[in-house]
Unconditional design. Structure first.
Length: 173
């Protein structure tokens, strides 16, 4: 997070990471299609013959929340071998693995199929919600700037075309 007090500008970076070929770049491409054109920046990807990310992909989103200018910078990073166990299996074990994650993790679990655009927006809004929650705990944005978490996530949702209502982290578990 960066905050420019003089310009009242908040910059947040959200990074998608995970195993290679798990849909990180596909998520950004799907989001690019759903962000209102006048609010989205240039989607920068470097396509390769085997659809692998070499360096990173990025998608900026700029909007106003209250009296702040907000820049959300979405990134992907190349997949790492250590994350290969998280790969989609596409069979009954996928459902079992998701249920196990829901039981073991304190954070919400989002299901998505990026190539079909399913769950991409819900996952993104969930990430924004969780990100703001953590940053607010540390930097007290609600108190210092009057920037309410629900209001902030709703402003992000309004940047999207046909976005579903927001479910906040405490409503998911």
């Amino acid at each position: 997070m960066q905050f420019n007090t003089g310009q009242r500008e908040l910059t947040l970076k959200i990074v998608y990471y995970g195993p290679g070929l798990s849909g990180k770049t596909t998520n950004l491409r799907a989001l690019y299609q759903r962000i209102q054109p006048h609010l989205r920046g240039h989607l920068m990807t470097l396509d390769t013959a085997d659809d692998r990310t070499l360096f990173f992909d990025t998608l900026p989103l700029v909007f106003r929340a209250g009296n702040l200018k907000v820049k959300l910078k979405l990134f992907t990073v190349p997949g790492q071998v250590m994350h290969n166990y998280k790969k989609d299996l596409g069979d009954d074990s996928t459902t079992e693995a998701i249920e196990k994650m829901r039981k073991e993790n304190k954070q919400p679990v989002f299901e998505a199929v990026a190539v079909r655009g399913e769950g991409v927006v819900e996952t993104f809004l969930g990430l924004v919600d969780l990100t703001f929650e953590q940053i607010d705990k540390h930097y007290l944005l609600s108190d210092k700037l009057g920037l309410d978490r629900r209001q902030f996530v709703e402003e992000v949702r309004r940047c999207l075309v046909d976005a579903p209502p927001v479910k906040h982290a405490e409503e998911k578990n």
